[in-house]
Ligand binder design. Structure first.
Ligand code: ADP
Length: 489
């Protein structure tokens, strides 16, 4: 809207008509005071201002408007019949006006100027809007940056308060923060701690993570600067992701040296204890066999029954000690396989017969499903028998009230499959994968059934050494199938 200010009503009328004929909206004021009041209330694109007015004249109005931030941008065209001298024109500009037209007004010139100023005003408004938006954008970016900075600070405080060695790196893997603990293992924030020569180099582990964009968790020995000793640590590397991908990396080294030493001492104890137990047990077994022979003359006597029971218990003890010895052999990498071709079908028939005789369940039925094996297998038949007996004894032990076991067999081009299925208590889904770990027993069943939790661990090791695979499928309260595969050649 354009404001026309003149004390002469006929001038106002003529200008209003002229401007409206060109589609401009027009407001009018007949004095400087009225003009000031209106300008403070409404927004005008242009003010056409008569210079000579009683009371506040045009220059004073312009000066006042240039003092307000809201109105200082509004262009002004001064109209005057008299002040055509240079000094008056200069006064007009100094007080904030932009152009000057003398009366009598030439309508074409006035319209040209009005249009130019109007367009200028609109452009100024548009520029102001862009500027405001830019200011908002800058503000919001500053805020986001501030928030990010605070988050990073929080993360650093958290990493600093950890009892572990902790570090952070940018998306390209350049370490940009390390906590105080780091300096117990490395003198410089950009150098990783020295790794034991037998372990994988830290630079390789790190580059593998960054290049493959995946997390890592592994045991690694790093050198403590003060003692010069390598201590076992659990290294954990995690990518920090955002919607655009990996933003940074966070890593920790957790000192597990104490646990490792404990584990070593326990393994040593197990190894010594089982060796020491084996010698007297062998003598006891020999004496029982001698007694058995002496007693054979009176097979129905109570002494014969006791000897037979003692014999069973000694066999159990023998197998327990055998398992403990196997565990210490696995720990020391000394569980060796004597591999040669053997008849798996023959082995299976023997096991089914033995299980049938030795199990305490007289009604036990072992069903066979699948194809019999026609080709010899390369492997350690005694160890494979150990695996199958373990699967069978577990199937019987963890299936109270069921007397059915199904043995599944299959032969493919390059491997064979054997699965032992029972209809017993089953294993909870989230514990299935852990049953092959050393000393692991499912809590729910460990009170009801005796055991050490090492049988399956040994089985897994034996199958691994045959380059086979193993696993378990189970449904709680319905039953379990333990299986393994072996390569044929
Ligand atoms: P142990 O039987 O001496 O505890 P294992 O290593 O043979 O040790 O088995 C580990 C654990 O796996 C057992 O304690 C038991 O919780 C679970 N488990 C093994 N076999 C079965 C099975 N057939 N059904 C249900 N749970 C089983």
């Amino acid at each position: 809207m354009i404001l026309v200010v003149d004390d002469q009503t006929e001038n106002i009328y003529a200008l209003k008509k002229l401007l409206e004929s060109k589609n401009f909206e027009v407001d009018t004021a007949s004095s400087g005071e009225e003009a000031l009041k209106k300008v403070l209330k409404a927004d005008y694109a242009l003010i056409i201002l008569d210079v000579q007015m009683p009371g506040i004249d045009g220059f004073e109005v312009a000066e006042t408007l240039s003092g307000y931030s809201r109105t200082k941008e509004v262009p002004i065209i001064f109209l005057s019949a008299v002040n055509t001298e240079k000094k008056f024109i200069a006064k007009g500009y100094a007080s904030g006006g932009i152009d000057y037209i003398t009366k009598p007004v030439d309508p074409d010139i006035l319209m040209l100027k009005v249009k130019t100023f109007h367009r200028l005003y609109e452009q100024t408004l548009a520029l102001n809007e862009i500027q405001d938006n830019l200011k908002l954008e800058i503000e919001s970016r500053k805020k986001a940056q501030q928030e990010l900075h605070e988050k990073v600070e929080q993360l650093h405080t958290t990493l600093e308060s950890l009892p572990q060695i902790a570090f952070r790196a940018d998306e390209w893997g350049r370490v940009n923060f390390v906590n105080k603990k780091w300096f117990q293992y490395s003198p410089c924030p950009h150098t990783f701690p020295e790794v034991h020569p037998d372990d994988m180099s830290m630079e390789k582990v790190w580059m593998d993570c960054i290049n493959h964009q995946c997390p890592e968790e592994m045991e690694i020995r790093i050198k403590e600067l003060k003692t010069g000793l390598f201590r076992f640590h659990l290294l954990s590397i995690m990518p920090v992701k955002s919607s655009q991908g990996i933003k940074s990396w966070v890593g920790t080294f957790t000192d597990i040296d104490e646990q490792k030493q404990e584990e070593k001492r326990k393994d040593e104890f197990l190894s010594i204890a089982s060796h020491e137990l084996k010698t007297p047990l062998t003598s006891i077994k020999a004496y029982i066999q001698l007694l058995d022979r002496v007693q054979q003359k009176q097979p129905e006597s109570p002494a014969s029954t006791y000897i037979s029971r003692a014999h069973d218990q000694v066999n159990k003890l023998d197998s327990l000690i055998g398992d403990l010895l196997d565990i210490s052999k696995i720990e020391n990498g000394k569980l060796k396989m004597n591999k040669e071709p053997f008849d798996l079908e023959h082995l299976i028939s023997g096991i089914i017969e033995t299980i049938g005789h030795t199990s305490n369940q007289p009604n036990l039925k072992i069903e066979r499903q699948g194809t019999p094996f026609s080709r010899p297998i390369m492997g350690d038949s005694i160890r494979i028998e150990q695996v199958l007996i373990n699967f069978f004894t577990n199937a019987i032990k963890y299936s109270p009230g069921s007397d059915r076991i199904v043995l599944h067999t299959a032969q493919e081009d390059d491997h064979i499959y054997i699965g032992v299925q029972d209809f017993g208590i089953g294993i909870p889904e989230h514990k299935k994968d852990r049953v092959f770990s050393k000393f692991y027993r499912v809590e729910e069943s460990s009170v009801r059934f005796q055991g050490l939790g090492i049988g399956l661990h040994i089985c897994a090791e034996i199958i691994k050494q045959h380059n086979g695979s193993y696993g378990v499928e189970s449904t709680l309260e319905k039953g379990t199938t333990f299986y393994f595969t072996l390569p044929i050649s």
